[in-house]
Structure formats: C-alpha cells, structure tokens
Design a protein around this ligand. Structure first.
Ligand SMILES: Cc1cc2nc3c(=O)[nH]c(=O)nc-3n(C[C@H](O)[C@H](O)[C@H](O)COP(=O)(O)O)c2cc1C
Length: 407
C-alpha cells in the first residue's frame, strides 16, 4: 500500500471513529437503538449483568450526555408542589437503586430522577437469575426483591454528590421500601423518612407498597392497612415538617393489579389524607403504577420467559397503568397529583397518560430497549403533540380527556 493510500485510510478510519464517537456520546437515537443496544444485549444475555454494567458506566461517567433541548423547554417546563421541573419525564425507581449515578443519569435529559427502592438494612434480594428480557414484547420481568445497599450507603452516596445535585439543580426523589424480614413494615418507611427528610439532595419521597417481589408488601394497599400506614407515616411527616421547617412531598406508589373496589377504596383514603390536619401532614401524590403480576394473553415472547415469576413492565403494562391513572384521577377529582408510569416508549404514550390525569411521567423499561436517547425522543414527540393540539404548556393537558368530555 502506498504511503498516500495508507494515510488516506488512516484519516478515513479516524473520521469514522470520530463520527460514531460523537453520535454515540450525544445520544443518536438510531445508532443506539439499532446498533449499540442489540450489541449490548448480545454481549450480556443476562439482563442483570447489563444493568450492572450500565450503572457502573453511569457511575464513572462513561455514558452519553444528551444536549439540552432549548426549543421544547417552554412547553415542557412544569411546576408541581412548588418545585420547578425542566420537563415532566422522569426516571422510574429501580434503575439506580443506591443513588450512585445521579449526575450521569440527569445528563440523559430527565426532568427528575427517582432513586431506590432503598430499605433500612442492606439486603441481597432474591436468588439469581431474577431479571428477564422479553425482547419480542420489549418488556421485562423482574423479581429483584429490593436488592440494595441500605440507608447508610444511600446517605454516603448522596453526600458525595451533594454539590453537583445542588449546582445542577437535579431533582431527586427517594423511593423507600421495607426489609423482607421486618415484621412492622410501616416502621421501615418511617425510619426512611426520618433519616432523609432533612437531606437537601432529596426533594420528594415515595412509599413503595406495590413491589410484587417482597412477600406481603402489597397487603399494605388494603383498606385497613393503608389507613394505618398513612395515619402513622403522616403523623411523622407533620412532626418532621415542624421540626425541620421543610415541606417535602410524600407520594404512595401503587400496583396496577387492583380491582375496581380496591381502587375506589384507595381513592377515598387518599382524599381523606390529602389535607393537612392538626395531627397529620398531607399526602401529596400517587405513582401509578408499579409492575404487574398479570400476563396479558397476547405476549409474543416464549412461554418459558412469560412463565417467570415477578413483575412485568414495558408496553404490555401500558394500558393497565393508563386506565388506572384515569380511574384514580376521576375518583379524586384531579385534586391529588399523579405520576404516570408503565410502558412509555413514545411521546404519544406519555401524552396519553397526561391526558388521562398524570401530572408527570416516568419510564424505565424503554431505556433497556432503546438506550438513553429514548428520553429525548419521548420529550420531542410529547412537545410536538402538545403544540399540535394547541396546548401552550404541558400543565394545560393534565386530565384533558375529562375536560373534552365536559365540553
Ligand atoms: C428491573 C426493574 C427493577 C425495578 N425496581 C423497582 C424498585 O426497586 N422500586 C420501584 O418502586 N419500582 C421498581 N421498578 C418498577 C418501575 O419503577 C416502573 O414502575 C415499572 O417498571 C413500569 O415502568 P416501565 O414500563 O417504564 O418500566 C422496577 C422495574 C424494573 C424493570
């Protein structure tokens, strides 16, 4: 090969590497969904391993930083509980269980991040394997069982990132859970609230009573238990608010597997606790929903995967969660903010949840199949749809399905 040809090939190769490197780093959607993710799934057929790799890469900053979208900012900017959010698309709980990679994950363009679920004591979770990709349905079944490093490590991780969270104004919510062996599960949530209430890095709290992978946890969604839970937790919330002179929103995360009677009961209980009293703080919102233990009949993945125990997430969950948002919004007259989650992989999916009554949304599983650029795709499409329907801001679209019914 002549010297000239050699240098031409070198320059060509260099330019290609730079081109791909640039697009990889800036989150080119096609590159990620068509090439990078399939390669990752091929390299790591075990879904838990690829999760560990993703979190490790995010912790050390080896992940894309997706440029800000100035043109869609005004329509997506929103305010809830007196907190300003750049956009209403958040990361759902379970991806960063220990709050290790907050800066990198915020670089994906999320409007807020929910970290956890964290339990007071560290715990290993269920036996492996415990996460399964149902690729044909772009879904996941997980039965992690709250594997996490516990409150101590969470606190250390948060303190380490305090200045970045503060400087970059990253909105972080903390999802609280209960240890598997704790008998008085409610006390575990209280311990979490007491421990982190004063932490500047945390802007809201979630009581997660809907994981299907901790035995008996979902019992707390029952009428009597939920009343007891809210009574105890909201008393502590009031005390903390008075002591710390801080109001931090408290939400409850529900399962999508509740029947209409249970949903009705929950709606009434949430309304009862939605106002502050002499003795209680108020409940500030709901997250709808966690994963489902049902298996829709039209799943396309092999039966051996579909049969795995655990919570199903991704598109097969989408309708179930959207319909539950709609029911809960109607029952509570839109008076209690809802964060909608379940199967969001396009702007339309997010828009449907917002029109059904969600104030903001979250996603998780779509990031497994499309990579970090999915966040920008969802935001752009959502902004486009809002504008097309004449909405000036995402706030105006919350519960729009009900308003159009009235007119
Ligand atoms: C692998 C995996 C782990 C999860 N872990 C948690 C968790 O620890 N706490 C929690 O509240 N939800 C957890 N979730 C549920 C998600 O937060 C979300 O509610 C659910 O996956 C539906 O959203 P999606 O369809 O966008 O994934 C987990 C989901 C997945 C896929």
């Amino acid at each position: 090969m002549s010297k000239k040809l050699k240098s031409l090939v070198t320059v060509g190769l260099g330019a290609t590497v730079c081109f791909y490197g640039y697009n990889l780093y800036h989150g080119d959607y096609r590159l990620w969904s068509r090439h990078v993710i399939p390669i990752i799934h091929l390299m790591y057929p075990d879904a838990e391993k690829s999760h560990i790799v993703a979190i490790t890469a995010a912790r050390v900053g080896l992940v894309p930083r997706i440029p800000e979208d100035k043109d869609i900012k005004p329509i997506l900017k929103t305010k809830l509980w007196n907190i300003e959010f750049d956009n209403p698309v958040g990361l759902a709980a379970g991806f960063d269980k220990n709050g290790e990679a907050i800066k990198s994950l915020s670089g994906f363009g999320f409007g807020f991040l929910e970290i956890g679920t964290v339990t007071p004591e560290p715990q290993k979770g269920n036996f492996l394997p415990r996460v399964f990709r149902l690729s044909k349905d772009r879904a996941v079944i997980n039965r992690y069982g709250f594997n996490n490093y516990g409150h101590d490590r969470m606190e250390t991780n948060l303190s380490r990132q305090e200045s970045i969270i503060d400087k970059q104004n990253i909105i972080v919510g903390l999802n609280l859970g209960a240890n598997k062996l704790t008998e008085d599960k409610i006390q575990d949530y209280i311990i979490g609230l007491q421990r982190f209430h004063v932490k500047n890095e945390i802007k809201y709290f979630v009581i997660n009573i809907s994981s299907p992978n901790t035995p008996n946890l979902r019992n707390l969604e029952g009428k009597d238990q939920l009343n007891k839970l809210l009574d105890r937790v909201l008393r502590v919330k009031k005390e903390l608010e008075q002591k710390n002179q801080l109001h931090k929103p408290l939400l409850v995360k529900f399962s999508p597997d509740l029947n209409d009677d249970q949903i009705n009961d929950i709606g009434k209980i949430m309304l009862k606790y939605s106002n502050e009293t002499q003795t209680h703080g108020q409940i500030d919102g709901m997250i709808i929903s966690n994963t489902t233990i049902t298996r829709p009949a039209d799943l396309k993945s092999p039966a051996r995967l579909v049969k795995e125990e655990g919570g199903l997430s991704g598109p097969p969950l989408r309708k179930l969660s959207t319909e539950m948002i709609r029911k809960m919004y109607r029952l509570t007259n839109g008076s209690i903010p809802i964060i909608g989650v379940g199967g969001i992989e396009t702007g339309l999916d997010a828009y449907e949840k917002i029109k059904a009554g969600a104030s903001m949304v979250q996603l998780y599983t779509s990031m497994i199949y499309f990579g970090p650029p999915i966040v920008r795709e969802v935001k752009y499409e959502l902004a486009y749809m809002l504008a097309k329907d004449g909405f000036k801001n995402v706030n105006d679209a919350i519960g729009a399905d009900f308003k159009s019914l009235k007119n």
